[in-house]
Structure formats: structure tokens, C-alpha cells
Ligand binder design. Structure first.
Ligand code: FE
Length: 344
């Protein structure tokens, strides 16, 4: 396995790069905008293909690298379903699995530091975001934070993991790099409380200044979505009503780019074929599944995904591959369902 812990000294953020092998798919956790060039260089040096960029929560102390990494690598951006950011490609919920080739991370919803905080488990380790830090915990006094929720997340979720589980946090301000669940239970001063009330009391009296970057970082991180206006200009962004009018038409091929877990959870548009986004390049090249299906009957490819981000990138890729008649459903399955359109 490839496992890299990368550090941003300005915000004291740890970013994690994961892959099952050299030459394979990679996932990055909590990337920092200013370090994106470094990540891209490392990804290239290790001969990796970045397919997912994930934030554990909406950060207040640095600008996320999610948008820049997506623009450079066409990767899928991922956050939790509670997150208020404008567009990410994919949202995960408690109990889901976040997968790339050869790796599967468990998804735990751990509100408290923010109401969109997640932790991710993997075999012998857990990525704890700002929920559990080494000998500390993430502050709970802004971004819909809640000391009560954090207590539940830590005591009833994280501390239930095996004692020897390695703890990799999103930050460290003292130079520590890793801990274990057992070590934190025994020695983390914030966890030596006897009740949730005692924890609330402790967190209410920390008297912390707001992060320096907060007024810049939070608004910037709320708007990391792909600029989709170009599609509207070029006429390849379809509204739900337009797409609905195409249902059942033989000259249209509806293509669902989402993963199986998303289809299971949110349903699908009737008549769509399933061709997950990570395999897009292979599917649209000459001889590929979608290329053949489109060419055979002179059909128009209409892509959709969860929120319209993967599908907008797919249209661009299809156009680049010479499939001129491609379009996508703006807003994706989310907009489709909000409009009350039919779902199977
Ligand atoms: Fe944070």
C-alpha cells in the first residue's frame, strides 16, 4: 500500500495520499490549495491516477484543494451529505464505503466539530479529521459545532474502535504525527471526563480566538463547484424538464455515471444504462462501450450523476473524444428528484 502523510506548515494540516499500488488509483484526504502542485508532482512521481479528493469537513483554517485537484485531474470530489458546499461530485453518508481500486474506507458520520464532520476507517487505522486530534479534540464553537454531538461521536463511535487502531488526524500543532485509540483514551486530557455535561463544560471554556483564515476560507470552501455555466452557453446542459421530455426516445442514450452505492441509495432514472465515471475514458474511446452504443444507432449521449459535476466533465471528455452530440442533466439526480421526475 502507498500511504503518505503530507504536511502544510501554514495551517498545520495533514493531508493523506492513499493508493493500493504504484500505477494504480489514488485518493487524497484533506488537500490544501497552496500545496496542490506538490501533491500533483508526487502523484506523478508515484505513477498514480488521482480518482477521488475528499474533505473530512468544511474547513475554516485553510482553503481546500478539492476544486483545483478536480480541475487538474478530473477526479471526483467527495464530502459528507450534510455539507453545505455548493457542489461536490459525490456525497457520502454514515455506513457507506469510499472505494478506489484495491482500497475501501469505512465512512463514519461524526458531527461535533462541525455538523458535516466525517471520519474514515481503513484496516488498522482511522482518519479522524478534526473530531479527534492527538491529545486534543476539534473546537466546537462555530460552524454548527456541538460539544454534545462531539462527545457522542468520540465516545460512542471512535473509542469503540479497537485500542490499537492508529489515529491519523487532520491537524497537529505540536509535531505529533500519529497516535492510537487506546493512547488517546488514556492520555487525551479532553477525554478524561465523566459525563457529556462535563465535556460540554470543558469545551465551552476554551476561549479560543477564531482561526486567522476563517473569513476567507469558509466562503471560499463553500464555492468549490465546477463552473457549469459553460455547458449552458454551449447548449449541452439540459434542464430536468428537457431531459424528462427525452425519456423513452430511441435516439437518446441516458448514461448514469454514479457508483452502485449511490444508485442503491437514491434510485435511478428509468431506462438509463450504468457506466461509472472512473471508467469513462475507456468507455468513450473508439471501440469503447459508450462510443459503440452512440455510434451504432446515431444516438445522443445524455450523462447524469448525483449533482451534475461528473456529468459536466463527462460531456467535455466526450466532446474531446469526438462524440459531438453529448449532453448532461444539470443538477443531476438531486435536481431530478427535487423536480418530482420518475425514479426507479
Ligand atoms: Fe476543522
Amino acid at each position: 500500500m502507498i500511504f503518505r502523510q503530507l504536511f502544510d506548515p501554514v495551517s498545520s494540516t495533514y493531508t493523506y495520499l492513499l493508493a493500493s499500488r504504484r500505477g494504480g488509483e489514488a485518493l487524497i484526504l484533506d488537500p490544501v490549495l497552496e500545496r496542490v502542485d506538490r501533491y500533483l508532482k508526487l502523484i506523478e512521481e508515484l505513477d498514480l491516477r488521482l480518482v477521488k479528493a475528499v474533505d473530512t469537513h468544511l474547513h475554516a483554517d485553510h482553503i481546500t484543494g478539492l476544486g483545483a485537484l478536480r480541475d487538474h485531474t478530473k477526479c471526483i470530489t467527495v464530502m459528507g451529505e450534510q455539507s453545505g458546499v455548493d457542489v461536490v461530485s459525490m456525497r457520502v453518508g454514515d455506513g457507506d464505503h469510499l472505494t478506489i481500486e484495491g482500497l475501501s474506507l469505512g465512512v463514519i458520520y461524526t458531527p461535533g466539530h462541525t455538523d458535516d464532520s466525517y471520519c474514515f476507517t481503513m484496516a488498522d487505522r482511522v482518519f479522524t479529521g478534526d473530531t479527534l486530534l492527538i491529545r486534543g479534540t476539534g473546537r466546537t464553537d462555530f460552524q454548527n459545532g456541538s460539544a454534545r454531538a462531539q462527545y457522542e461521536s468520540i465516545f460512542n463511535r471512535l473509542l469503540k474502535l479497537p485500542e490499537e487502531t492508529l489515529v491519523y488526524p487532520a491537524h497537529d500543532y505540536k509535531g505529533d504525527t500519529v497516535s492510537t485509540i487506546g493512547e488517546e483514551r488514556a492520555h487525551n486530557p479532553r477525554l478524561q471526563v465523566r459525563s457529556v455535561e462535563e465535556y460540554e463544560d470543558l469545551m465551552a471554556n476554551l476561549k479560543l480566538a477564531n482561526p486567522k483564515m476563517m473569513d476567507v476560507a469558509v466562503p471560499a470552501n463553500m464555492r468549490q463547484g465546477l463552473h457549469q455555466e459553460e455547458g449552458e452557453k454551449e447548449g449541452w446542459a439540459l434542464s430536468v424538464a428537457q431531459a424528462r421530455g427525452m425519456l423513452g426516445r430511441p435516439e437518446v442514450l441516458l448514461v448514469d455515471l454514479r457508483e452502485k452505492s449511490e444508485r442503491d441509495r437514491h434510485g435511478c432514472i428509468p431506462g438509463a444504462i450504468h457506466a461509472p465515471y472512473p471508467e469513462l475514458a475507456a468507455n468513450i474511446r473508439p471501440g469503447g462501450l459508450l462510443n459503440s452504443l452512440a455510434a451504432a444507432a446515431d444516438r445522443r449521449l445524455v450523462f447524469f450523476c448525483a449533482f451534475g459535476e461528473r456529468s459536466a466533465m463527462a460531456v467535455q471528455a466526450a466532446l474531446d473524444a469526438g462524440l459531438a452530440d453529448a449532453a448532461h442533466i444539470a443538477g443531476g439526480m438531486d435536481a431530478w428528484k427535487k423536480a418530482g421526475a420518475p425514479v426507479t
